[in-house]
Structures are given as structure tokens and as C-alpha cells.
Design a protein around this ligand. Structure first.
Ligand SMILES: Cc1cc2nc3c(=O)[nH]c(=O)nc-3n(C[C@H](O)[C@H](O)[C@H](O)COP(=O)(O)O)c2cc1C
Length: 396
């Protein structure tokens, strides 16, 4: 058993509630000698691999399902990232796209953490069949390995990556989805835009489209609203979302609390119960949720669309890696991000988006960037996470 307790401090920032469910955000950023002191002589020790995984736990995941599991393999200085298919959602993610993009975000954080400690990373997306990332049916294995990451300390420093910087670990601890109205007056500078595009380009097979003109944002807002109302009105989707949308005082380590959407305790409880079918949500209330996303899009400094050559495991992982790199780099420039999966999952808006981008490539990740109109919206509490120790798999 790797002892991970020493990775954490007792107090976090103001937006980190007390308790185990927020321990992940209280991870210490170890100075280089302290990281080395965790280690063995040759390769990386289990404790060092687990410490890198602690940053993978801070990555965003769809519905905060936290589907990643970590297998530290000490003798090869390797960390394997697995997918727990019990966390792949049958209604909203029947082909595992959102879960595998999430694992890509996790991988990005681990890579950045490794680079921070001067380690080179050899990354391999394993050839797990795509069907094995779908929700598990009876009798199928629930855990599948997706990515192998091997670390080494070469004589030379790893090459500088787009968006890199010594502040990345601190940015990971600050990053969160900010599902709020943004300030229309804040523009995305052209240098920042170029830096963000470079992050996607570097990963191969991806392209980042940044849309900033008001008519396009208006159009995207409408399509997002259409996509959201389509899915909210599907009974199965709403029930599933209801299971992952929590009251503010829920102790769960996974799922999303109402306060992350700016909801009061009462509204959070009402929406959660309404989506689960335990209370009645009025048509206006459902329409209001979809409208909120529309307003969010319209107020953004930019809407980003990551398109992929092919919708396979390699490109999904790459899209997640790119998204997370972009979110962290944007945060450095004072911009927060919010993701909008429905527009990529529902076929009609996805096709419309392709038309607007004049591309045959598939829009895989859609998000908006901006600065919250009300600064307090950026200070909403972080989402909870399970304890790192509960996500570590025994070697082999
Ligand atoms: C692949 C992916 C898809 C997501 N889709 C949505 C979405 O459609 N709407 C939304 O509000 N949040 C979406 N999120 C954000 C997650 O709900 C969020 O990351 C999770 O609740 C954890 O919160 P945190 O990112 O603030 O730590 C998505 C995240 C990922 C990685």
C-alpha cells in the first residue's frame, strides 16, 4: 500500500470546502528535492508515481464521474491509466466518448506534473478496442487499460511544450468549470489565441477553432440551447443527469453539486429531485436550464471547438489532453472555461457546427472561454473528488 496522506495539507484555498471529499484540492506542490526524496535510486518509486497521479485526479471529467484508475508499476517507472466502465454513462455517453476524453484530461495533468519535475514522458495509447470503453454489459470486464505513461530522467531537459510553464501545478489546483455568464467586454487576445492553437496542433490530428464574432456566438448559443433541450427532454438522460446532480449538502465524492451551477440549496435540491423524477420540473424550468447555456455561449470571449481527424481512442485522448492544456493556459491569462458536451453528442447541432466551421472533421470538444461577469461566480466551491488511495490499483 502506498501511503499518500503526506501528499496533502490540512487547509486549502477559500473555494475548497473542508472534508475528505475535497482533499484532492489540498495536494501540496512539493519542491523538487522533496519529490526526489519520495523516490528510489533508479526509476520512479510507487510513491512518486502516485504523487503524479494526484494531479490526474484534479482533471475535469464528464458529470464528475471520475472514471480514471491508476496502476503504478514501479519496476518500469510506469503509470497505467485505466477506465472504470461503471463510470461510463449509458444514457449520455453510450459510446464512451465523454469518458475517454476525460481520461485524456487526466493524462494531460500527469504529463505536466512529470515535466514540472524534469521527467520525460513516453506516452502510449494502448490498443484497447473502442467497444471496451462503452458502458460494461453483464459479464464484461469493468476495468480496461487505456494509456501507459513511462517516465525517465534524461540528461537533457524535456523539450518545451506549447502552453508550458512553472505555474502549471498551481493552475491545476485553481482550475474548475465556471458555468456562469461571462463578461462580453473581455476579448481573447491574438497572442493568447495563437498559443492555444499551438497546444492543439502539437498533439497531431487535432485542430482548434476559436470563434469570437458576435453572430457566430449567437448561433452557437442557439444550437447549444437546442442540444440541451433535446437531451433534457429525454427521460433517460434527465434521470441519469439527476443521479449525478447533487444537493449542496450531499456528501458524495463524485457528481456535481448545485452550487457549481450557481444554485441555492433549495434550487439545487429541487433540480436534482426533478431530474430524477421525484418532483415535477415545470417546462419553463427545463427551458430555463437550456437558456442559461445559450446566454453563457453568447457572453464568451471565445468558443473553442477541437475537431479531430478520426473519432477513435487515440484522437479522443488527444482531444482531452488538448482541452486541459488549453484550460490551464487560458487560466494563466485570466480566462476560465466551461464545457458543452451536448452540442458534440447530439447529431443535428454537431452537423450544423461542422457546416459553420466548413470542415469534414468531427467537432469533439466544445467549450467557452471568458471572465465571469460577477467575480463571485469564479469563487464557487470546487467539485468533490474521491480519495486518491481509492483510485490506485494494485500492480498487475
Ligand atoms: C469530457 C467532458 C465533458 C463535459 N461536459 C460538460 C457539459 O456538457 N456541461 C457542463 O456543465 N459540464 C461539463 N463538463 C464538466 C464536468 O461536469 C466537470 O469537469 C466536473 O463536474 C468536475 O468539475 P471541475 O471541472 O470543476 O473539477 C464536462 C467535462 C468533461 C471532461
Amino acid at each position: 500500500m502506498i501511503d499518500v496522506d503526506g501528499f496533502y495539507e490540512s487547509e486549502g484555498e477559500a473555494d475548497v470546502p473542508p472534508g475528505q471529499a475535497w482533499q484532492a484540492w489540498r495536494v501540496k506542490i512539493l519542491p523538487e528535492p522533496a519529490f526526489r526524496a519520495l523516490g528510489g535510486h533508479e526509476g520512479l518509486s510507487g510513491a512518486q508515481l502516485a504523487y503524479l497521479a494526484a494531479f490526474g485526479l484534479l482533471a475535469p471529467t464528464s458529470h464528475n464521474t471520475v472514471p480514471q484508475r491508476f496502476e503504478p508499476i514501479e519496476r518500469r517507472s510506469e503509470l497505467r491509466v485505466w477506465l472504470d466502465r461503471r463510470a461510463v454513462l449509458p444514457e449520455s455517453d453510450s459510446c464512451g466518448r465523454q469518458a475517454t476524453i476525460s481520461v485524456g484530461c487526466v493524462v494531460a495533468n500527469i504529463e505536466h506534473a512529470a515535466h514540472h519535475y524534469g521527467l520525460a514522458v513516453e506516452l502510449e495509447v494502448l490498443d484497447t478496442p473502442l467497444e471496451h470503453t462503452h458502458p460494461a454489459r453483464d459479464g464484461e470486464p469493468t476495468l480496461v487499460p487505456l494509456v501507459s505513461m513511462r517516465f525517465s530522467r534524461g540528461s537533457e531537459a524535456p523539450p518545451r511544450r506549447a502552453g508550458a510553464g512553472a505555474d502549471l501545478l498551481a493552475l491545476m489546483k485553481r482550475r474548475k468549470m465556471v458555468r456562469a455568464r461571462f463578461d462580453e467586454a473581455v476579448a481573447l487576445g491574438s497572442e493568447v489565441a495563437e498559443e492555444l492553437r499551438a497546444i492543439a496542433r502539437e498533439l497531431g490530428g487535432l485542430e482548434l477553432h476559436l470563434l469570437t464574432d458576435a453572430p457566430t456566438l449567437l448561433f452557437l448559443g442557439k444550437f447549444q440551447e437546442l442540444a440541451d433541450s433535446t437531451v433534457f427532454n429525454r427521460a433517460g438522460f434527465a434521470r441519469e443527469l439527476g443521479q449525478w446532480t447533487l444537493a449542496n449538502d450531499d456528501p458524495s465524492a463524485v457528481g456535481m453539486r448545485g452550487w457549481e451551477f450557481g444554485l441555492s440549496d433549495e434550487a439545487a435540491r429541487h433540480f436534482s429531485r426533478g431530474l430524477r423524477g421525484e418532483a415535477t420540473l415545470l417546462p419553463d424550468e427545463v427551458a430555463g436550464m437550456a437558456k442559461t447555456a445559450n446566454i453563457g455561449m453568447r457572453s464568451a470571449s471565445a468558443v473553442g471547438v477541437i475537431t479531430v481527424e478520426r473519432d477513435d481512442l487515440v484522437h479522443r485522448i488527444a482531444a482531452g489532453r488538448a482541452y486541459e492544456g488549453i484550460a490551464l493556459c487560458s487560466l494563466r491569462h485570466g480566462l476560465v472555461a466551461s464545457m458543452h458536451a451536448a452540442i458534440t453528442e447530439v447529431e443535428a447541432p454537431n452537423m450544423a457546427l461542422r457546416g459553420r466551421l466548413r470542415t469534414r472533421r468531427r467537432p469533439e470538444v466544445v467549450f467557452r472561454l471568458g471572465r465571469p461577469k460577477l467575480p463571485e461566480d469564479g469563487m464557487r466551491p470546487h467539485a468533490s473528488r474521491p480519495l486518491l488511495s481509492s483510485l490506485l490499483l494494485p500492480e498487475g
